[in-house]
Each structure stands twice: as C-alpha cells, then as structure tokens.
Design a protein around this ligand. Structure first.
Ligand SMILES: [Zn+2]
Length: 511
C-alpha cells in the first residue's frame, strides 16, 4: 500500500478519495488493538512483552531501496505496520532521540542534548561531554521503563543509552558490561564471551559488540521474559559515519543488523509467548553525506575569543558540535549580554551555516530554554546540507573533506527521518502508515503494556474501531488533528504530527 493515510485525511474534501479511505480503513481494522488500548489505563498487562530494537542511524529513505538486503525487516513490515518514516527530535543525535523514544517528550523537557552530560569548566577550558553519568542526572522526565517498573512490570535493557544507574531496570547488559553482572555471567557460563573480553569490551569491534549484545538480549528474552526490553545496536551508525550512508559498507551493515533482528524474531517465535509479544523496530535518526567541514572554534580563536597555547586554550565562549548542528555556549555568565550579539555577528553570513537560532526560537526546534537547565546553549547553528560542524580548534575554518556521513541536521530534513516497524500483539497485518513522530513510541508502549503515561507530547498509535464508516472515520480523525492537544499546541504546525491511528476517545486512554 503505497498511498499514505495522511494524504487522504488532511484535505478538506473527502469525496474524491472516499473509496480509497474505505479500503484503508478496512485494512486498518483490528479489534484486539482497541481492547489493548482500553485496558491501558486500568491494568498493567503482566503477560504482555514489548521488545524495542533500535537500529542506530538507519535512515527511512534506505527502506525505499529494493536492493537493501533486509529480508527480516521486509517480512516484519509485511506482517505488521510500517511507517513511511519516523520523525526524530532535535538535535537529531543518538541519546536525545533514544530518550525521546522512552519519554515521549522533546529535549526541551527531558533535557538530554548530547550523548552524555555537558559539564562546564570553571577555568575557561572547553566544556566536556560525560557519557557515564547516572540517568537521574541526565533525564528529567519519567521514562516508560520507570512507569512500567513502578506498575509492577519487569524491565530490561541491552546497550540502551542515558540509562546508567537506572533503578527501574530489572535485568540488563549495559553498553559497558560489568564482568560481575548477572547477565554477563550467564554469557560467560554459556561460553559466548570471556571475562577478559568483557574487561576490554570497548576496545573490540562494533560488529562484535553488537553480536554480544544480541546474545544478551536473546538470553534475557529466553530466561526472564521481561514485559519490556529496550535493545540498541550500533554497527550501522559506526559504518555510516566512516563510509557514508548507502555505501557498500552501509549495505553490508544493514544486512548484518537484519540478521541480528532475525535472532530476536526467532526467540520470540520459539518462546510460546509470540501472541503476547509486540516487536517494535525503530531508529534514532537518518544520515547525510557531507564533503565540507566547518570548525567554529577555529573562527572563535581567529577572533581572539579563545586564547592560549593549543593544549590549554581558554575563553568565555565555546561551540559544542554535533554533526549538522552546533551549540554556542557563553561559558562566562558575566559576559553573556556583551558576547551574544558579537557571536551572532561572527557566525552570520558564513558559507555552510543555514540558520542561527536564538533562544527566542528554541521552542520551534524543541530545545530547552537556558532557564530550564544547564545543558542549553545560547545560540544554535544549523548546517546546510553537505556541511557539518567539527569541534576542533585547530586547522582551517572550513575545509573540503573526503565523503563521510553524519547526522544532527534539523529534524525537518528528509534525510534525518528514522524508521518504525511493529509486528505482533496489538498490531494489524500489512498496514503502511504515514510519517509518525518518535514521541509517539513511548505512549504506544504504555498502551500495549497497560501503563498510565501522562504529560507526553506524543500519542499512542491506535487503530480505528471496527464498525465506523470510512467517511466518519476520516472526518473524525481530521477533526482531531485540527484540534490537537495542549502539548502539540506549542509545536509549530510544520513539525506537528497527524495522529494516524487516533482513537475516538483519547481521554479514555490518556486519563
Ligand atoms: Zn544514533
């Protein structure tokens, strides 16, 4: 089904497309999903399992290429629901988006802006990004695993991010495994990995790490049958950064990931709980190829704002870069008022910079305001396509570089769109839907698990109820999109998402 629902429901006139709407509605009917949703607000589903597999850096546009060697993902899409794409949040970076997927809110609320915690120095040196900090320090809103755990369900994570030290995870095999951990010991006993290999886990290849993480996810699913498993694989992101998206290496990495997903599918299908298990495949962002690199800190040095020997450079303003986006931080608060106009002037009319966002425009891109925490920059620089930001403070300001891949570009960029595929309990078969937001994933998991999740910006993906006529379904859905909810009202119309599977009575579900 190549025609998307969005194209049908967003027009004011339904008549010309009524026949197609009726066909779509017939395809989208699934009574069991409605019952899952209705039970959501009242009772945790202790016999239900939701497995979320994140394929880091898998772009939505890749799925349009028939040459892609991904038989398992194609099969899952045929047997379930596939979205045309899934819109990430800003910045289109790994940890902010994995956090959006489990919280249902933008970085303006969860406050994860980097792959770690931005820590400001006191001596004028560059701020640092510290990944190994506790989740409680990083994530400022409830996650679906917190809520599921507190509702008496069991939770698990393998290589998920911004999750260190989370007390609401029942079983885990973390990104940095603990040789004394329970699941780690089980893998050692099964001769899948040795204790010595775990001690130097970070130094091994990304593909080998993905192999071990998959073994850990299989072990947890087989032995413990958690209600929620969050599982993250990294090989494709690594390859796409080095060789570029859709390169021969990228195709091979996607085939490798497909094989890892098949291991998860096989264990679910063998578990005897397949009819109670929902598998959700997502990615966190897409990818772009670039050939030009901008080093904003080099310009700050040329302008005299960063001074001193290269190894001890210091100043009152630094630029923290994340590929297609960069944050300008005035690190000396006493000079903020003086430096902000100067910094804006310095980065204006620079080849390769598409736009400079001031704090008055942060709501437009879902960034927190400086008053909302210490992670927020004072300005955001957005790169043009084919340009990316590098954090170095030496070398040339802008240079031509060999083809490579990156992400971080503003989330309206078609190349940044991610993937969403779901199959299993509560999911209809063979439905292709329009683009969704990754903010919809957490409330969808909450619906499947029967867990209450309030104050999120996304909406559970729902199927229209059986028995509703096509015309009234389209009209009702269109009406709901127009009126939207309080959370969406603050989102500009160009990044607002339609609620493709909106229920008729959302209050039943959300209250
Ligand atoms: Zn990523």
């Amino acid at each position: 089904m190549l025609t998307y629902i969005k194209g049908i429901i967003q027009g004011d006139k339904f008549t010309p497309t009524l026949r197609l709407v009726r066909r779509l509605c017939i395809i989208a009917l699934l009574a069991s999903t409605a019952s899952v949703g209705l039970s959501a607000a009242t009772k945790p589903q202790k016999k239900h399992t939701v497995v979320v597999v994140s394929l880091d850096g898998f772009p939505a546009y890749a799925l349009d290429d028939p040459r892609l060697p991904i038989p398992t993902l194609r099969k899952l899409a045929r047997e379930g629901v596939i979205a045309a794409s899934m819109r990430p949040i800003n910045p289109t970076v790994t940890w902010p988006n994995h956090t959006a997927i489990v919280t249902g809110v933008n970085a303006s609320e969860h406050q994860v802006l980097f792959n770690g915690l931005l820590t400001r120095s006191t001596d004028g040196s560059k701020p640092t990004i510290e990944p190994w900090r506790d989740k409680e320090e990083l994530v400022h809103t409830p996650t679906i695993y917190d809520l599921a755990f507190n509702a008496g369900l069991t939770t698990a994570q393998v290589d998920w991010v911004a999750i260190y030290g989370a007390k609401s995870i029942t079983w885990q095999f973390p990104e940095l495994p603990d040789p004394n951990g329970k699941i780690e010991h089980e893998l050692i006993d099964a001769e899948i990995v040795t204790a010595d290999q775990l001690k130097t886990f970070e130094d091994s290849s990304q593909a080998w790490q993905d192999e071990i993480w998959t073994a850990a996810a299989v072990d947890i699913l087989q032995k413990y049958k958690p209600n929620l498993l969050l599982f993250h694989l990294l090989t494709l992101d690594d390859i796409n950064h080095t060789y570029g998206s859709m390169s021969p290496a990228s195709f091979t990495a996607m085939a490798f990931l497909d094989a890892k997903v098949k291991q998860i599918v096989d264990v679910i299908d063998r578990s005897g709980r397949a009819k109670n298990t929902t598998l959700i495949i997502v990615s966190d962002h897409g990818f772009r190829t670039y050939t030009n690199k901008i080093r904003p800190n080099v310009l700050l040095k040329e302008k005299g704002l960063l001074t001193g020997p290269p190894e001890h450079l210091s100043g009152d303003a630094w630029v923290m870069t994340e590929g297609g986006v960069a944050g300008v931080y005035v690190t000396n608060p006493e000079r903020r008022a003086e430096l902000l106009p100067e910094l804006r002037r310095i980065f204006s009319d620079i080849k390769g910079i598409e736009k400079i966002y001031g704090t008055d425009e942060f709501a437009e891109i879902g960034f927190p305001l400086p008053s909302g925490g210490n992670q927020t920059p004072d300005l955001v620089l957005a790169a043009k396509p084919d340009y990316m930001f590098g954090g170095e403070s030496d070398g040339e300001f802008i240079t031509h570089v060999p083809d490579a891949g990156t992400h971080g570009y503003i989330n309206t960029d078609p190349k940044m769109q991610a993937i969403f595929i779901a199959r299993g309990a509560g999911i209809p078969k063979g439905v292709r839907i329009d683009s969704i937001s990754n903010l919809d994933v957490a409330p969808t998991i909450a619906a499947l698990l029967g867990v209450r999740m309030d104050h999120v910006s996304g909406h559970a993906i729902r199927i229209r109820s059986r028995g509703m006529s096509a015309s009234s379904a389209a009209a009702r859905e269109y009406s709901m999109n127009r009126s939207c909810c309080g959370s969406c009202a603050s989102v500009p119309s160009d990044i607002r998402q339609p609620h493709l599977f909106a229920s008729f009575n959302r209050s039943t579900f959300r209250s």
